[in-house]
Design a protein around this ligand. Structure first.
Ligand code: V47
Length: 386
């Protein structure tokens, strides 16, 4: 394509975005082309970002819990997993889990993000009990737990339906589901990354069922490894199609691959340029998902800040005890203080807003930081006030 053709094609897409018309697979592929200036794609994504979320930059106060790293699967991108008998392998005790709940409550956390390995010797009841233990002792914390891959494993363990597992977990205290395990849906890539675990159909079906019973969930895409632009756009379009049917996804998180200590350690980590383009293209393709998250743990602080001008409106949380990315060579801090995360957002010119897991405003007691109440859904704040 020569420069004149390139400009004309870009104008066509800009017109569509301005008139809120949906982009096609071909549009997405064009925006992925390195010949199309990144700043222009970013500016277009920023238009959508500001239309949907104004000038706000969301964050939450959260912590992670990875109850075990022992896993039956051997995904090639994972540095966290362990074999049962490896000295690195662990499974947390009830006391350790409760101590995390106590620490989270004392720090004013509104969310615990719980994911881990599929342990050969731990029955379904172990996974259920830990949710119930945390929920009964620390009921205010939203337990954002289990990826679709884990739910698929629980189905296998219990021989019950997805709906049964999700309802049973909800009864134990599950509040919502994180978006992990999606990787890349296209079988050309998924079969090379993780051929044994929950396939694309299962991942989408589990999220569909969660939405149907009223659970909100997140969605992700792992990029920067074996996939090509076509696989990324295909992935986004499959998420968009499900969202059209259910409306249950609250946020999309593009996850940059970290190769250290994985079976793909010969690959280079994606560049900041790729991170920003993926962020912007995701914002433009996913016209029906309200929020796009720049997960600072994996992007690094500088790129996460910049991403707030490239389509993202959320930066995840203060985070504590994150292992999946740090085991894979992430050099970002272990956690940020509330002042640091607010500064990170406000330095970009955005207004920091604390939200809870399901995107309600959080109101804190000015005299006692750890005491908080849930306010209105943030999406009800009118765009003009944003
Ligand atoms: O499914 C694993 C990815 C995911 C590596 O829902 C890796 O709010 C890069 O899903 N390099 C788990 N990525 C993390 C996740 C997540 C993170 C933050 C917020 C939310 C949310 C969800 O991490 C896995 C996989 O796609 N992953 N290993 C690696 N070496």
């Amino acid at each position: 394509m020569n420069q004149t053709e390139l400009n004309a094609r870009f104008r066509e897409i800009r017109d569509k975005v301005e008139s809120e018309e949906r982009l096609t697979m071909d549009d997405g592929l064009f925006l992925e082309d390195p010949q199309v200036p990144l700043q222009e794609v970013g500016a277009l994504a920023n238009l959508v970002r500001e239309r949907k979320n104004g000038n706000l930059g969301y964050y939450n106060i959260n912590t992670h819990l990875n109850p075990t790293n022992v896993c039956v699967y051997r995904c090639r991108f994972c540095a966290f997993r362990s074999d049962l008998r490896d000295p690195k392998g662990y499974a947390m005790t009830d006391e350790q889990i409760l101590a995390r709940g106590k620490e989270a409550t004392e720090n004013g956390c509104t969310e615990m993000h719980i994911v881990g390995g599929l342990h050969h010797q731990r029955p379904y009841e172990w996974y259920r009990n830990l949710i119930s233990l945390l929920n009964s002792n620390y009921p205010q914390i939203d337990l954002k737990a289990w990826t679709a891959v884990e739910i698929n494993w629980f189905e296998f363990q219990t021989k019950k339906s997805v709906q049964w597992v999700l309802e049973d977990m909800r009864e134990a205290g599950l509040g919502s589901m994180p978006g992990g395990g999606a990787e890349i849906f296209h079988p050309e890539i998924r079969d090379q990354l993780c051929e044994h675990k929950a396939n694309t159909h299962a991942w989408l079906d589990i999220h569909r069922t969660a939405h149907e019973i009223g659970l909100r969930t997140n969605c992700t895409m792992l990029y920067g490894h074996l996939e090509k632009a076509y696989h990324r756009i295909d992935h986004l379009m499959r998420l968009r199609e499900l969202q059209d049917q259910t409306g249950g996804f609250q946020v999309f998180i593009p996850l940059a691959f970290h190769p250290e200590n994985t079976k793909l350690d010969h690959l280079k980590k994606p560049s900041a340029i790729m991170d920003l383009r993926t962020m912007a293209v995701s914002r433009l393709m996913l016209d029906n998902i309200q929020h796009i998250k720049a997960y600072w743990i994996m992007l690094g602080l500088g790129t996460a800040q910049t991403a707030l001008q490239y389509g993202a409106d959320d930066i995840d949380g203060t985070v504590r005890h994150e292992l999946i990315y740090h085991d894979a060579g992430a050099t970002t801090p272990e956690f940020l203080s509330v002042d640091q995360i607010r500064h990170l957002i406000s330095e970009t010119g955005r207004k920091p807003v604390e939200r809870d897991t399901t995107y309600h405003e959080v109101h804190r007691d000015p005299n006692h930081f750890a005491t908080w109440t849930r306010g209105e859904p943030v999406d009800k704040i009118s765009v003009s006030a944003k």
